[in-house]
Design a protein around this ligand. Structure first.
Ligand code: TRP
Length: 452
């Protein structure tokens, strides 16, 4: 495909919101509060912040750079920048990871859709046993498969509209809506009876809780949340225009992503501390089991407010998940479209069908397929482990080595300064972080996660 035919994001705001749409997702609103709860609160958040700044922003900038310089999809980008070398393997690994992550991520995304429907039809009202409700739903083969397919179809509908009319336009509408919903929810949370205790948990660091394990969890979470390490942002970078400021964009995306994660914490913990008997380290059930309880108990005098709060909350999760599944889908679609010279539409169909089938397998692993295990992991766990804990860290490490050591420094400088037209203060620090800090730090997480 010639360079002229490739799509581009139309505006600076579109670039930022589409990339932020990829980054902001279940990782922020579902996984982040879980991790904060299990890793002791404020001290974890500080380490997380350091990881976002010193690791996340440089690696994200590099992904954008690889994408924009090559103007190709995640895998072929390396053929353009390092022809004839083995580097394209890094890109292929990313495309492969996108299939796996999209498949299992859509299972949880499907739950959020189911919970939105349940909340809207008032099935999450008081008197319901939420643990039973959650367990029944995830074990029900038909329902959970149906919601996987539904979510995949929603994603498909955005993708087939293309980069500018689909991804960019969708993100430009959804991201502000999402931010407004979050702010409304944070505001409501501040008025809950447990707000004080929740805020103390989030804001007063207890450094005795800071173990190496906590620090490593923070790095892993930063990686997942920022969508880095598998070519997602590299693919989006290939749609950036010549005058997009790469480092500033990475900074803005990291800022929005971190704000949303922190705000999710500010929604969930005041609420958790408002209900007797609930604890912040409830794990993955926090959002699906704890929150409906919270809505009912906190608003028991005002059921309509509880209803409104819960519908808003789950719709928020759906929107956040959808802009992320779109970005994962795009990695695979762009690759198939350009590599095999198929139309974008055909590429998208292939990805949707393959990932729906894999997604159903993951969904069924909570019920009928639960007994089928490899290394004691269900299909869902296996996909999660292999992509998020193996392919992504490895990808991130190789991306920093590729840009820090392999790529010509002049190319790096040219891309970061847009051919000298913008002044960039942090260039030297960026290169140092890429060459030494990122590969070593990621190597440490990687090895720790792998041999845990
Ligand atoms: N970052 C998203 C979230 O926080 C999920 C996601 C989208 C992702 N694209 C990714 C994770 C690529 C890893 C790699 O929910």
């Amino acid at each position: 495909m010639s360079k002229v035919e490739r799509a581009n994001f139309g505006s600076k705001l579109g670039v930022i919101l589409a990339s932020a749409g990829s980054a902001v997702g279940l990782g922020n609103i579902w996984r982040f509060p879980c991790e904060v709860g299990e890793n002791g609160g404020a001290a974890f958040m500080l380490v997380y912040l350091a990881c976002v700044i010193f690791l996340g922003v440089p690696v994200m900038t590099s992904e954008f750079l690889i994408g924009r310089r090559s103007r190709a999809n995640a895998a072929m980008a390396y053929n353009v920048l390092a022809p004839g070398s083995k580097w394209s393997f890094v890109g292929l690994m990313g495309v492969f990871a996108s299939f796996l992550i999209l498949s299992y991520y859509t299972v949880v995304a499907g739950w959020t859709l189911e919970y939105s429907v349940a909340a809207a039809s008032n099935k999450l009202s008081s008197g319901v046993d939420f643990v039973g409700f959650f367990n029944d739903f995830v074990a029900n083969p038909w329902k959970s498969s149906l919601y996987v397919v539904l979510f995949m179809v929603l994603t498909h509908l955005v993708i087939i509209r293309g980069v500018t009319d689909g991804i960019e336009r969708f993100s430009k509408i959804m991201m502000p809506v999402l931010l407004v919903i979050i702010i409304v929810l944070v505001f409501c949370s501040f008025f809950m009876p447990g707000a004080g205790a929740g805020l103390t948990f989030l804001l007063k660091p207890d450094f005795s809780k800071l173990t190496p394990e906590v620090a490593l969890n923070a790095m892993g979470q930063a990686f997942f949340s920022l969508s880095i390490g598998m070519g997602c942002l590299c693919t989006y970078g290939s749609y950036f225009s010549k005058d997009t400021n790469l480092m500033k964009t990475a900074g803005s995306v990291a800022f929005i992503d971190t704000m949303v994660a922190f705000m999710a914490g500010f929604i969930i913990f005041p609420a958790v501390y408002s209900v007797p008997g609930l604890s912040p380290d409830a794990g993955p059930g926090l959002v699906f089991v704890t929150m409906p309880n919270v809505f009912n108990m906190v608003f028991s005098g005002l059921p309509w407010l509880g209803y409104l709060f819960s519908v808003l909350f789950y719709v928020l999760l759906v929107l956040a998940a959808l802009t992320s599944t779109v970005s994962l889908h795009e990695v695979a679609t762009a690759y198939i479209h350009e590599r095999f010279n198929l139309s974008r539409k055909t590429g998208a169909y292939i990805v949707t069908v393959v990932c729906s089938v894999l997604g159903i397998l993951c969904a069924l692993s909570f019920g009928v397929l639960n007994g089928y295990r490899l290394f004691d992991m269900t299909v869902f766990d296996l996909f999660d482990f292999f992509s998020a804990k193996f392919l992504m860290p490895l990808g991130g490490m190789l991306i920093s080595i590729f840009t820090g050591w392999y790529l010509d420094k002049n190319i790096l400088k040219e891309e970061i300064t847009n051919g000298g037209s913008i002044k960039v203060r942090f260039f030297k620090i960026y290169v140092l972080l890429l060459k030494y800090f990122a590969p070593i730090a990621i190597g440490v997480i990687f090895i720790n996660e792998l041999f845990k």
